[in-house]
Design a protein around this ligand. Sequence first.
Ligand SMILES: CC(C)(COP(=O)([O-])OP(=O)([O-])OC[C@H]1O[C@@H](n2cnc3c(N)ncnc32)[C@H](O)[C@@H]1OP(=O)([O-])[O-])[C@@H](O)C(=O)NCCC(=O)NCCSC(=O)C[C@@](C)(O)CC(=O)[O-]
Length: 299
Amino acid sequence: MGFPKQVRLVDVAPRDGLQNEPDAIATDTKLELIDRLANAGLRHIEAASFVSPKWVPQMADHREVMTRLQRRPGVTYSALTPNLKGLENALECGVDEVAVFGAASEAFSKKNINCTIAESLERFTPVLERAQQAGIRVRGYVSCVLGCPYEGEIAPARVAEVSKALFDMGCFEVSLGDTIGTGTPLKAKRMLEAVARDIPMDRLAAHFHDTYGQALANLYAVLEEGVAVIDSSVAGLGGCPYAKGAAGNVASEDVAYLLNGLGIEHGIDLDTLAATGDWITRTIGRPNRSKAGVALAAN
Ligand SMILES: CC(C)(COP(=O)([O-])OP(=O)([O-])OC[C@H]1O[C@@H](n2cnc3c(N)ncnc32)[C@H](O)[C@@H]1OP(=O)([O-])[O-])[C@@H](O)C(=O)NCCC(=O)NCCSC(=O)C[C@@](C)(O)CC(=O)[O-]
């Protein structure tokens, strides 16, 4: 299919990047991060997660984040909603878009959302119906598309099956998560080929973690196939609470730098984004995992 002309970046740092932080991060810091990302040109920001605070304490201030964030025109502020309760709360807070999250691994599904894959799909059905009523788009995540921390290898056919189920129930886009970052480019391409048999390429997103340093190479491989939506996290922040040792998402700065080199439009101001990565890592005391970000901040 060939490289897309334009890529939409979804910065997931305020949610995926911070959800695993053990110490409470001030709501004001989260709000400033969201606004700095918007100021850098991000038009899709995953701002919060309406999950149980017992499961993910760092996201317990989801209401405050979603209601207090400074809305900029043209920016979509989204949130995770695992069930109807999460969706209703998110709607009350004026969320623009929500996401349900399933997995291609039974074991991961049980650890992450406490139910089987089949039960999760049943649980998502009313979420999609209610969101549709409210005029809100729903994204579908599939975790463990290139490997599972509990089951190891995951067959591309399994990923395709769960992705199709989410797409068929009305998810406007399916984001393919390499949760533990064990994928490599050929594997990523094969998985994508299987999924793209049932879902148009322009409805697929790549959500790759960088645990083994393969995320950019994997992205290059799927960009070459035409994927035009990429999830990333400024400064490569993050990890998954239910995948021990998993590193953060691919860094947004590194993706923007790669896209610049490929001549693919993305609408981000790289210097402003790098300054945001520098600021948030200093503020929360985490290393900056973006190579481009560190290089630019040193200039
Ligand atoms: C799904 C549940 C809630 C099931 O958890 P459960 O314990 O089976 O749910 P439940 O319905 O039995 O409820 C238990 C308690 O949670 C409350 N509750 C129930 N729902 C909500 C809600 N929405 N918001 C707030 N509270 C809620 C509910 O009210 C009740 O409270 P209690 O009566 O005990 O006081 C739980 O497992 C959960 O919250 N899991 C979230 C896990 C999570 O956030 N994981 C990280 C995000 S996924 C990810 O990072 C992967 C991704 C997306 O990035 C892609 C990739 O990289 O692979």
